[in-house]
Design a binder for this molecule. Structure first.
Ligand code: GLU
Length: 467
């Protein structure tokens, strides 16, 4: 049997972390088994579905590299098919028209709640044989007896008595099919063998299985993956910060790192943390999906992203850095080699955005000097070392191949002072900070003119201060 899975988002917002994780698991399961992965847009809720959301879903899946195999299916384009099956169910007395008013339904619900009963439709119209009219909905005739049993790949065996289920609505008064109905028709028509989705749908599954059975359709296998919690233990939502997948792109994460992070949200393989996509495909199986909810942990995402950044080619990171700088409105001078900036910080930065922040002093004129560092490093005794370094810099013809580290060492030797007496004021002059990359590396990136300019600015600053 060829495995066919699908991701079936409702386009009512961007692709969020939970959806992306579900998509990834479905994708990996299909790829692992040499099967097919499909995308279906569940857009029958015309009020809440938007084209912008559809595009956001494509964008997110594309960014993460979750390729699907066939043309995207849209439920909104499949209405004729749903109506065909609805008619069939009505004809076979497996569904019926219901004209119960909202007021009546509210009232019985209220009464049931008062009696401590589970609210459900009481079946008033089930045997009335009503004809279609403007305000009739269609309900599915759930069997009154018996039970639904299925083996969930994550949750194990689940049994629900039909007496627990009511006659669910399968088409609204405007003729639009409901989720529980259209999902069955599409999953069956698309030959879906494994339905992998969030466990918020687990209560829908027995209802859907009854529909499969009424239509004599093969029932797929199910895997309901546990929800994702925020760091505070509540279900992950907007207020936890970035939940849209594309927000992680904006925040400077690499897609392969986010993918790696997502696969570990609820799935494990021993204690391995880092997985290439090929490895995920090779190792993923539903038996490794945890039953307990997983918690989103930004610290871990940052760690994973840092690991990936360290392994990533500097030219690619430089391109991403360039994009980030463009977002910040910073035009980079042609003389600046962004790969060199990347190399300087890629072991320390967790994200591209952090890298941009760390490297900003190289790309923009300094706006001042760190106060604490200034008190320590810009003493009167720093004037001579700065002058000496400037003189040596000016004498260098071939900056790119100059040994700038040796140049500073020479100044230290000539002035017969400790290394810090030269190194500290030079670093502060070049970077405005006390800590950071090596002075020779900074000067290499800045180039001869800018290096000298910054050293001279510091020198005039010191001269004024001690005049
Ligand atoms: N459109 C449903 C959702 O986004 C799909 C659920 C399913 O995978 O069956 O929740």
């Amino acid at each position: 049997m060829k495995v066919i899975t699908r991701f079936a988002p409702s386009p009512t917002g961007y692709l969020h972390v939970g959806g992306a994780r579900t998509a990834l698991f479905s994708y990996l399961y299909a790829r692992h088994h040499g099967g097919q992965f499909e995308l279906r847009i569940e857009d029958t809720d015309t009020e809440r579905s938007t084209e912008a959301s559809v595009n956001a879903i494509f964008e997110g899946m594309n960014w993460l590299g979750l390729e699907y195999d066939s043309e995207v299916k849209y439920q909104s384009k499949n209405l004729a098919r749903y109506h065909e099956v609805l008619d069939q169910l009505l004809e076979n007395d497996q569904a019926y028209y219901c004209d119960c008013s909202k007021e009546r339904l509210d009232k019985i619900r209220e009464q049931q709640m008062k009696n401590g009963e589970k609210p459900r439709y009481d079946g008033k119209c089930r045997e009335l044989g009503l004809k279609k009219s403007d305000n009739t909905i269609i309900r599915f005739k759930t069997p009154k007896t018996g039970e639904v049993k299925f083996k969930d790949h994550v949750r194990g065996e689940i049994t629900v008595a039909n007496s627990e289920l009511d006659d669910l609505v399968i088409a609204r008064a405007d003729g639009m099919p409901t989720y529980n109905f259209s999902v069955v028709i599409d999953d069956a028509d698309m030959g879906i063998t494994h339905v992998i989705r969030g466990d918020d749908h687990i209560n829908n599954t027995p209802r859907q299985i009854n529909i499969y059975q009424a239509l004599n359709l093969p029932v797929p296998e199910f895997a309901h993956v546990p929800m994702i919690l925020g760091d505070d233990g509540a279900r992950l939502s907007k207020r936890h910060g970035a939940v849209s997948v594309m927000q992680y792109s904006d925040d400077g994460y690499l897609p392969e790192a986010v993918l790696n992070y997502l696969v570990r949200l609820g799935w494990s393989h021993g204690d391995q943390e880092l997985f290439s996509k090929a490895e995920m495909i090779e190792l993923f199986d539903l038996s490794g999906v945890n039953r307990a909810p997983s918690s989103f942990n930004t610290g871990k995402l940052n760690w994973i992203n840092q690991q990936y950044m360290q392994q990533t080619d500097s030219a690619r990171l430089a391109q991403l850095l360039n994009n980030r700088l463009a977002v910040l409105g910073i035009a980079v001078d042609d003389s600046i080699d962004l790969s060199a900036v990347v190399d300087m910080f890629k072991d320390r930065a967790h994200t591209i955005n952090e890298l941009a922040e760390m490297g900003l002093f190289l790309l923009q004129p300094l706006t001042g000097y760190d106060e604490k560092a200034e008190a320590k490093a810009f003493k009167e005794s720093a004037i001579e070392p700065l002058k000496a370094v400037i003189a040596k810099c000016e004498a260098i013809d071939d900056w790119a191949s100059a040994d700038l580290h040796q140049m500073i060492a020479d100044v230290v030797a000539e002035l017969e002072v400790g290394f810090g007496k030269v190194g500290m004021p030079v670093r502060l002059a070049l970077s405005g900070q006390a800590q950071g990359p090596a002075n020779d590396a900074i000067m290499q990136v800045l180039g001869k003119d800018e290096s000298i300019q910054r050293l001279q600015n510091a020198l005039s600053h010191l001269r004024q201060k001690f005049a």
